[in-house]
Design a protein around this ligand. Sequence first.
Ligand code: PMP
Length: 399
Amino acid sequence: WWGHVPAGAPDVILGIRDTYLKDPHPKKVNLGVGAYRDDDGKPFVLPSVRRAEEIIYEKCLNHEYGPISGEPPFTEACAKLAFGEKSKPLCEKTNATVQALSGTGALRLGFEFISRHYNKTREIWLPKPTWFNHPQICDAVCLPMKSYRYFAPKTLGFDVDGAVEDLSKAPEGAIVLLHACAHNPTGIDPKKHEWERLSKVIKERKLFPFFDMAYQGFATGDVDNDALAVRMFVDHGHEVMVAQSFAKNMGLYGERVGALTILCGDPETTARVMSQLKVIIRTIYSNPSINGSRIVQEILTSPELMKQWLGDVKSMADRVISMRKMLRSAIEAAGNKRTWNHITDQIGMFCYTGLNPEQVERLIKEFHIYLTKDGRISVAGITTKNVGYVAECMHKVTS
Ligand code: PMP
C-alpha cells in the first residue's frame, strides 16, 4: 500500500544531534540543539520544577481526562504571565486561552484557526530569517507566505527600516508573525522604540499581529521585560494572538506544555472563538496532557514557587549571558581581526555568528563543533570547560 511514498526531508536540528552523538572525538561540542545545558553540558531540571513535582506527587491525584481547553487555573495563569496581571483584556475576560502542545502545538492550532476562520487577506508575513518550522507549519495548513526584512547582514543587527518598509507594503489584513523575544535564529530583538515603529505600521496597514513567545524570561532573565512587546501591542489596542511555550523557560521540553491566546474584543466573540478552538483540539488530540500543565500551574499559582522559578529562569539566562562574554573575549584575546560585539549584543539562547557555510563546515569536519549551516550557535551549549576550545576554533576558521 505504501511503496510509492517518498522519503520525507530529515529534520535539520535532530540530524545534527545524531551526527554529534556518533562522533567519538573527545573534544566534540554540540551547539546545534536549542536546549539549555548546565555548566557541565548536562540537561537541567529547574529546582522549582522538582519542588512542584514533589507537591503534585504528594497530592495523589488521578489521571482522568482534563478539559479540552486545559484546566482554567492553568490557562488563566498562562495568560497572566504573558499579558500581565492588570491587562485590560484579561480583566474584561476577552481572551480565549487554551492549553496547547508546547509552542509548536500552539502555533499549529493558531494557524489552523486562521486557516478555518480568517476572512481577510490570508497571507502570513514571516521575518527573514525565522525559525525553520514556521514556514513548514504554515505550509501544513496551506497558508501562503511572504517575508519581511529582519536581519541586517552589514550590522548583524535588526533591519528596522527594511522591516517597516516591507510591512508598509503588506496588503490590509495580512498576518504578521513576530518573535516576542529572543528571536530564533538571530538572537536579535527590536529595541523598545523599534517595537513602537512596528506596532504603528501594523496598526496603519490594518495587519494582524501573531506573537510566537517561546522564550519568555530567557532573553533578559526577567519574564516581564521579555513580555514588553506583547504588552505594548495590547496597550496600543491590537487584538493579538500569542503562542506560548514552557519548553525553555521551565525546561519542560518533552512535557509539551504551552498555550494559545486569541484576544477577541468582547465576551460573546470570546465564547464563540473558544468553542471553535475546542472543535479543532477535539479532532486532533481530543484533550491535552495533564502532567506538564500541573507542574506549570503549581509554579505559576504559588507565590513561593513562582519566586523560586523566577530565580531559576534568571540563573539560566545569566549563565548564557556570561558564556557570551567569555566567548567574545576569548576570540578577541586570540587576536582575531573581526568585530565580535554581536555575540554580546544579541540575546537569548542563540547567537548568529556571521560564519559562512564553508567556515561552518570546517568547524564541523575539522574541529567536531556542531552547528547549523546558517552559522547559528546555541550559546546554552557552551560551558566554562569548552569555551576556550570553541573560541580557538572560531578564531582559526575566520582568520
Ligand atoms: N518558536 C520558536 C521560535 C522556537 O525556537 C521554538 C523551539 N525551538 C518553538 C517555537 C517551539 O518549541 P516547542 O514546541 O518545543 O515549545
